[in-house]
Ligand binder design. Structure first.
Ligand code: PEP
Ligand code: MG
Length: 572
């Protein structure tokens, strides 16, 4: 047995066999003097296998997502059968007596350059498809099996070098019993989704090299302890721990139907965060009092084109109807940073989290945003919708975004399409600029929702994905706590409500602070709702307010954490 210490990210115990997902790309080498016919055969075998793989995906997509979504794979099959590509590779092998990999790379690069030079945006995008089919053939030439998260046939622990948010969102928690990712912090979107699905996750570098497919492993998502080839004794200990966790969850069920009110009678709304409409089930199962954050970008992922107005309208309407009158905060598209869309080419940026992300990207592509705004307004007729704008840092951005909403409302009025005239419009508080100007922003919106995941990274200037600076990325940073207090106070002074939807909303140690500040709503992974309700019921708001008075005067994150630790042990 070998033990490795990783960084704990999503709680839970994983016991099972390893499956490695490695996306590292290898350089294509030029090897001369190869047998030409043999290389041509290798190319044709790999190409035929690629056609089989893509046809399989195409058929699955037709079944699960429909004709539109599947179309892209149909186009890939056509490209794989393209005579110019096939002859080009054969000629290159003949002329250079080289390996098939090199010949394919040369021909594909010529095609890519032609497409990329085209004026037409649609044709430009075809370069991406060529890259896609070529890397598929290259992988098959290298003899590596494809990894498709949807293809898992037995429960496995996934070890990945870089798991994307969309990979994680597609996972089936019954088959993915745990994840070890080589990079990312506690608020990377892959981590947030894993927590939502209840999949244990630990970050540990070099794990794809340190483990092998089929190897037995045990790990603890709460402590970060990893054991490869565990002893019987180790497996037994962790199985017992697993049973204790299941029993603890069962005990929390008793709290369903009770209220989230402090011992001195202060109500706080406990809501759930979701990524796609089917997640509403988890919010309802955990007795969520609303949805405080619907991250709509997940509707745009794992597909080949933007969802149109009707598709979005139906998704939002479904969520509102299922929540049956309970409030639902839907955030407009927050793409960029660690969330990418395969079909939207965002130019490579030096600092993607500081670049064309979220509302910036939407205001730059007004047609794209307008489709979403129309869909949201139309859905507002079917429940208690609240529209939320992400990543506002500049007052002019907010004013521009609000004017698009007003303009869209006017269009709907003209077209006699029903919507809620009084739909609340709020903003995420996730940049220091917004927090510092909170009193003025409060005059412009109906609510604030504090996005601590980003507020920490932008305030402390620390990338939320970078493990090398993870020691600075902390919700206990005094500067962040002061900003949060300012946001809540400014909201209340202006008569609007303030919620929180970042991961800190469910942090046991911090909850007394949020209650003491008088936060109106806390929105979290649905699995945390009942545990938070139990804690809220045991807290006194008056006492928590005194803790806030003390904590805002502390100098270091260590002092803050120690003070909050003391509070937690005294109260519970
Ligand atoms: C946040 O930044 O806290 C937040 C909730 O948004 P996201 O994690 O999606 O960036
Ligand atoms: Mg954010």
């Amino acid at each position: 047995m070998t033990s490795i210490q990783g960084t704990p990210i999503s709680p839970g115990i994983a016991i099972g066999k390893v499956l490695i997902k490695n996306t590292v790309k290898h350089d294509i080498l030029f090897i001369q003097g190869k047998d030409k016919e043999q290389e041509k055969d290798r190319f044709h075998t790999a190409r035929t296998k690629a056609i089989e793989e893509v046809t399989k995906i195409y058929n699955e997509m037709i079944q699960t997502k429909g004709e539109n979504e599947a179309q892209i794979f149909d186009a890939h099959i056509t490209m794989l059968e393209d005579i110019e590509l096939i002859e080009g590779v054969e000629v290159a092998i003949d002329e250079q007596s080289c390996n098939a990999e090199w010949a394919l790379d040369c021909v594909a690069n010529q095609f890519i350059a032609i497409f990329e030079a085209m004026e037409d945006a649609y044709m430009k995008e075809r370069a991406m498809d060529i890259k896609d089919i070529t890397s598929r053939i290259q992988r098959l030439l290298a003899g590596t099996e494809a990894f498709n998260i949807l293809d898992l046939s037995e429960p496995s622990i996934i070890i990945a070098d870089d798991l994307t948010p969309s990979d994680t969102a597609q996972m089936n928690p019954e088959l993915v019993i745990g994840i070890i990712n080589e990079i990312g912090g506690p608020t990377s979107h892959a981590a947030i989704i894993a927590r939502m699905l209840g999949i244990p996750l630990v970050v540990a570098p070099h794990m794809t090299e340190l483990t092998s497919n089929g190897q037995m492993m045990v790990f603890d998502g709460e402590t970060g302890a990893i054991y490869t080839d565990p002893t019987e004794e180790c497996i037994k200990t962790y199985k017992e721990k697993q049973i204790k966790l299941v029993n603890k969850r069962a005990a929390l069920e008793q709290l369903k139907g009770t209220k989230s009110i402090t011992s001195d009678g202060i109500k706080v709304e406990l809501a759930g965060n979701i990524g796609v409409p089917k997640d509403v089930k988890m919010v309802l199962e955990n007795d969520g009092e609303g949805i405080g954050l619907f991250r709509t970008e997940f509707l745009y992922m794992s597909r080949s084109d933007f969802p149109d107005e009707e598709e979005q309208f139906l998704a939002y309407k479904e969520v509102l109807e299922k929540m049956d009158g309970r409030p639902v905060v839907i955030r407009t598209l927050d793409i960029g940073g660690d969330k990418e869309l395969d079909y939207l080419e965002i130019p490579k940026e030096m600092n993607p989290f500081l670049g064309c992300r979220a509302i910036r990207l939407c205001l730059k592509n007004p047609l794209l945003w307008k489709v979403q705004v129309r869909a949201l307004l139309r859905a507002s007729a079917y429940g208690e919708l609240r529209i939320m704008i992400p990543m506002i840092a500049d007052m002019e951005e907010l004013i521009e975004a609000k004017s698009v909403i007003e303009e869209t409302k006017e269009e709907l009025r003209q077209q006699r399409i029903p919507f809620n005239e009084h739909v609340e419009v709020g903003m995420m508080m996730e940049t220091p600029a917004a927090a510092i100007m909170a009193d003025l922003f409060a005059e412009e919106v109906d609510f604030f929702s504090i996005g601590t995941n980003d507020l920490i990274q932008y305030t402390i200037a620390v990338d939320r994905m970078n493990t090398d600076v993870a020691h600075l990325y902390s919700s206990y940073q005094p500067a962040v706590i002061r900003l949060i207090k300012k946001i809540v106070d400014s909201a209340h002074a202006a008569g609007i409500w303030a919620g929180m939807c970042g991961e800190a909303a469910a942090d046991k140690k911090l909850i007394p602070l949020w209650i003491g500040m008088g936060i109106d709503e806390l929105s979290m992974s649905p699995r945390s709702i009942l545990e938070t309700r139990e804690q809220v019921q045991n807290l006194s708001q008056k006492q928590c307010a005194q803790v806030v008075d003390e904590v805002v005067l502390l100098k270091t994150k260590k002092m803050v954490e120690e003070r909050l630790n003391k509070e937690l042990t005294e109260v519970l």
